[in-house]
Design a protein around this ligand. Structure first.
Ligand SMILES: [Zn+2]
Length: 740
């Protein structure tokens, strides 16, 4: 074939490029838009020109140049990958996005390392048709390219943090994520419209990428890997045919410089041998092919049943044909070497490993956390201060599982939090109430616990939003406080003094019994205190020592005035009887009120200026015959300041005592010659009582019966009997009739 004919065919075929490569399979999808996209670029990027120049060297001396791009262990690189979801792909299921991304990258790593299990499809071909499908064509070592989902050194503009997978949602669409994403292999996943593509396009890529923020596109329904199929706004990897992750493998082949195996659309010039882009890298181990294969050619049991174009079996298992994912299983040796070279020498990937240095936190940061919806629960309650913790715990339990965040996944702090101000307050959140009583010890302390739930929307370890969980108005009653015991009088009666108004004694009491002054025993008392709100506690309370110091309250008594009379010998009994008649008020039984216990007596009245004076004697002090009058003024001493001296006196009345003279001994005189005797009384008015002197004559020289018993009765009725001596009588007492 001469050159003119060849050129004519080339021109014809070029005019069919769009037709052949746009050919759709039964699912009405467009397998790849790469040829159309690149053909439409008016200006080839500078790196394309560089790519062509370097490739020309490869072409000029392929064996020498290709030697240094074999996988010999010195040129293995790991390319950081970022995935940008957009358009109909949303955060509805962030886990789905992460799972699909990880599955897709696993597919890339297996396909580019030739460790994919279905590479056996090609091995079977080799077995039945070794001439057309030689083992040497298979890139047995794959490429030297590894791919990692980037986790560190993300662009600041992304909002991603260290550890976040390089996954964005709703930020970037194909063909570029912007210069911030230079150095990454960017994969764009969105609906076609969001990417500016026609309906049904599965994938598109620049024909050799630049790692300047560019990347390739994959339709959401074909993005992922085997076994992953889910929905997040739209179906992810839900295609029944193109769900093996090979769309990305295919487009990545373009990004790394490969053309379709049918490039050029003509049998006359092998497109991937450099016919389409003059000077492009040469792939010599694929047969000439003028159209893609679709579907999944089966039952290839001999060379005769292999798909053919241009009169030779096609390399239909190459990732760069258009078959179903299940039948695209390998890169050829030349394809692998071209990609190794481009990835190593042409595209400025950031391959120093720094972008994959962090362990992934497996969170799609851009999607954040889906915080739960809860219904706030408001409540009130009250308890004694010592029991408030139990009350709060019970309330929290009543809130239910919604508030518990059992796995702690929704916020930086798991479970309920509390603030002292409501969630609507501008200063929310503030420190939680203490639950500790903070009142004055008597009044109530009201604390409102505002419960809320933290939500770390972007999983950066800081709460961005809060969920109102309701509030709890807690009235905290003061606990009972220890009382004091005071001695409230000088005889050491005790009283309990409570700390708060409304406190009272419970089941144990202080009995107020009198303790001995200078008290030393029973130094404490057990007292149960009951507050006005019913809080109780029992205290051992120390008693103050009692030393009888302080001020006495003297008793109030009613003075009793009386009068009486008695013979002198009986006046003592009379006074005693009078005192007894005054009653208990005057007794000062315990002697505590004054320096001198009991009634005292003065000879002058309590109102007298000279009061008190010595008490009357109670002893008759008259002339022996007439009466004596003594007035006894009774009073009570009161030692108000307990200094041992009476400071005041209480009038107890008086008793006017008339003391009669007791009877006095009479004398007997002989009042005539025959010794008649007469009784001579000491006082006028005295007289004989029941016994008398009869005045009979005694014998002269009387020597017997020398005394006479005489009862004397005074005019006041005092009586006494005396033995009175008789004087001797010397008259002749024998004469009858008393004559001498
Ligand atoms: Zn393609």
């Amino acid at each position: 074939m001469n050159n003119k004919i060849k050129n004519a065919i080339l021109l014809v075929c070029l005019s069919f490029i769009s037709i052949t490569s746009m050919a759709q399979d039964d699912d009405d999808v467009i397998r790849c838009w790469t040829d159309e996209y690149n053909a439409g670029l008016s200006d080839k990027p500078a790196n394309i020109q560089k790519f062509i120049e370097i490739a020309q060297k490869v072409k000029d001396n392929p064996y020498q140049e290709r030697a240094f791009i074999n996988c010999d262990g010195t040129n293995t690189i790991t390319i950081p990958v970022a995935v940008h979801f957009a358009g109909e792909v949303t955060c509805a299921d962030a886990a789905c996005l992460l799972a699909a991304t990880e599955a897709q990258i696993q597919v890339l790593n297996e396909d580019f390392a030739a460790t994919n299990a279905d590479i056996s499809v090609y091995n079977n071909l080799t077995a039945v048709c070794p001439g057309d499908y030689p083992a040497s064509t298979l890139a047995s070592n794959g490429t030297c390219l590894n791919f990692c989902l980037a986790t560190s050194e993300h662009p600041a503009s992304s909002g991603l943090e260290e550890g976040d997978p390089a996954i964005t949602v709703g930020q970037h669409t194909w063909p570029s994520a912007g210069a911030d994403w230079s150095g990454y292999l960017n994969i764009f996943v969105s609906d076609e419209a969001a990417a500016g593509l026609g309906t049904g396009v599965l994938g598109v890529s620049p024909l050799v990428g630049s790692a300047n923020g560019d990347g390739f596109y994959v339709l959401p329904s074909s993005f992922g890997g085997p076994g992953v199929s889910c929905t997040s706004g739209t179906g992810i990897n839900t295609s029944p045919t193109y769900n093996g992750g090979r769309t990305a493998t295919h487009e990545l082949g373009h990004y790394l410089g490969l053309e379709h195996v049918f490039a050029g659309g003509t049998c006359g010039a092998d497109g991937d041998a450099g016919a389409v882009v003059p000077g492009a890298p040469t792939v010599n181990d694929t047969s000439p092919q003028d159209a893609p294969n679709f579907g999944c050619p089966a039952n290839v049991t001999s060379c005769a049943t292999a798909p053919t174009h241009c009169g030779s079996p096609d390399m239909f298992t190459s990732f760069m044909d258009y078959g179903d994912d299940a039948c695209l299983v390998m890169f050829t040796e030349d394809q692998a070497q071209v990609m190794n070279y481009i990835a190593n020498q042409v595209i400025p990937f950031d391959t120093d490993g720094s972008k994959c240095a962090e362990v992934s936190n497996n969170t799609v940061d851009a999607c954040g956390v889906s915080c739960p919806t809860v219904t706030p629960m408001n409540d009130v309650g009250s308890a004694c201060a010592s029991a408030i913790g139990t009350l709060v715990t019970d309330w929290q339990a009543s809130l239910g599982a919604d508030f518990m965040d059992p796995d702690g996944s929704n916020g930086p702090n798991a479970g309920l939090q509390y603030s002292s101000v409501p969630i609507t307050d501008a200063t929310f959140p503030q420190t939680a109430p203490t639950g500790t009583y903070a009142g004055d010890g008597c009044g109530n302390d009201v604390q409102t616990w505002y419960a809320y739930y933290e939500c770390d929307d972007n999983s950066d370890g800081t709460a961005e939003s809060y969920i109102d969980a309701g509030n709890y108005a807690l009235t905290i009653f003061a606990d009972a406080q220890a009382p004091t015991i005071v001695a409230d009088d000088l005889v050491c009666n005790y009283s309990v003094m409570f700390a708060c108004a409304g406190d009272s004694e419970g089941s144990t009491t202080v009995d107020g019994s009198t303790e001995a002054p200078g008290y030393a025993g029973n130094p404490t008392e057990s007292v149960e205190v009951v507050t006005a709100n019913g809080c109780t506690a029992t205290f051992m309370v120390a008693k103050a020592a009692c030393s009888s110091t302080g001020s006495l309250n003297c008793p109030t008594v009613t003075a009793v005035n009386t009068s009486g009379s008695a013979c002198a010998s009986e006046i003592g009994t009379f006074v005693t009887d009078w005192q007894a008649s005054l009653g208990a008020d005057f007794m000062d039984a315990d002697g505590a009120n004054g320096p001198n216990a009991g009634l005292q007596y003065s000879s002058v009245a309590i109102g007298d200026a000279t009061f008190p004076q010595a008490a009357p004697t109670g002893v008759y002090a008259g002339d022996g015959c007439t009466s004596e009058v003594q007035t006894w003024y009774a009073y009570y001493e009161c030692d108000n300041n307990s200094d041992g001296t009476a400071d005041s006196f209480v009038d107890a009345g008086n008793c006017a005592l008339t003391i009669y003279a007791d009877a006095q001994a009479p004398t007997i005189v002989a009042d005539d010659a025959v010794c008649n005797y007469s009784v001579m009384f000491a006082c006028a008015g005295d007289s004989e009582g029941t016994t008398t002197v009869d005045g009979s004559v005694e014998d002269s020289g009387y020597a017997g019966n020398p005394s006479e018993s005489v009862e004397v009765v005074t005019m006041d009725g005092c009586t006494q009997t005396f033995m009175v001596s008789k004087p001797a009588c010397d008259c002749n007492c024998d004469a009858e009739g008393g004559q001498f």
